[in-house]
Design a protein around this ligand. Structure first.
Ligand code: LHQ
Length: 266
């Protein structure tokens, strides 16, 4: 196993799985400048070809409580919050969405503010049954950020998204699953085992094809049917010359399990 730990983020790689843990448990893993910088380093590892699936989670009883408000309270005057969004949150969300491999999020406890929207930027979200999701921004006079106004209405529809964002009411993991906001609510004790098993499974899958699938689904947000069909044709052309397509077909014919490399076309 290899990895890095620079205090506020732990990243450990085992085979093709990179597990990234937000690690400021005493403040529910809320974000500081330092934690953003550490997370950037961790996601740089995620972009290396040896990593084929990423698992993001939090240390302690919370997943992430958004921006560290303690640091904000200490600053005086009229802060320019767009600065932190443009330098930290926006590139983080864009990076996760653009990463051409699956990013799983294991929401181990409360997720609030930018912490919820960080989870929603991931591809497959599992949550402990006891976890709560709170679009806390309305409580402090802010607009939801970290992509939440993009992801949430697309996931659960405008009516529910507006109510959650205007009231800042907590949403439980089971309701989040029922509404399609997350993939699955899992018993607390089983969360990490289930999330890791999924990460291992996806790290052995045809990574190039999975990456193309993720990007195609995102593209559908901007495309009409004709454009999306063309997107699929172009992506399929690339997948069709990948070694994993050849291997998948050969394994099927030979009635044996496939061994995928994750590589794209040469
Ligand atoms: C915290 C925090 C926290 C510091 C818990 N900060 N200490 C982006 C760009 C730029 C600027 C502004 O914002 C943004 C985006 C955002 O994310 S804004 C939204 C920020 N987040 C929030 O408003 C959530 C604030 N936290 C809470 O409402 C509660 O802590 C929740 C509901 C998350 C959890 O409640 P409890 O389970 O009752 O835990 P707790 O409140 O007792 O928290 C435990 C500790 O963590 C506590 O410290 P203490 O020393 O008393 O044990 C909290 O002060 C600390 N903590 N969130 N965001």
């Amino acid at each position: 196993m290899t990895g890095m730990s620079n205090g506020t983020v732990i990243a450990s790689q085992d085979g093709g799985v990179l597990e990234i843990t937000l690690n400021r448990p005493e403040v529910l893993n809320s974000f500081t400048e330092e934690m953003h910088a550490d997370l950037r380093e961790a996601f740089a590892l995620a972009e290396t070809s040896a990593v084929r699936a990423v698992l993001l989670t939090g240390a302690g009883r919370g997943f992430c409580a958004g921006q560290d408000l303690g640091a904000r309270a200490a600053s005086s005057g009229k802060p320019d919050l767009s600065d932190s969004l443009r330098r930290n949150y926006n590139p983080l969300i864009a990076r996760i969405r653009a990463l051409e491999k699956p990013v799983i999020c294991a929401v181990n406890g409360v997720a609030a503010g930018a912490g919820v929207n960080l989870a929603l930027a991931c591809d497959i979200v599992l949550a402990a049954r006891s976890a709560r999701f709170i679009q806390a921004f309305a409580k402090i006079g802010l607009v939801p950020d970290a992509g939440g106004t993009f992801t949430l209405p697309r996931l659960i529809g405008e009516a529910r998204a507006k109510a959650l964002m205007l009231t800042a009411e907590p949403l439980g993991a089971e309701q989040a699953e029922a509404w399609g906001m997350i993939w699955r609510a899992v018993d607390d004790e089983a969360l990490m085992e289930e999330a890791r098993a999924l990460a291992v499974r996806l790290a052995g899958a045809p990574t190039f094809g999975l990456g193309q699938t993720k990007i195609a689904i995102h593209a559908s947000a901007d495309n009409d049917l004709a454009a999306q069909l063309e997107h699929e044709a172009t992506a399929q052309k690339r997948c069709g010359t990948s070694p994993d397509f050849m291997e998948g077909v050969r394994a099927f014919i030979e009635k044996r399990p496939p061994v995928f490399t994750g590589k794209g076309p040469a």
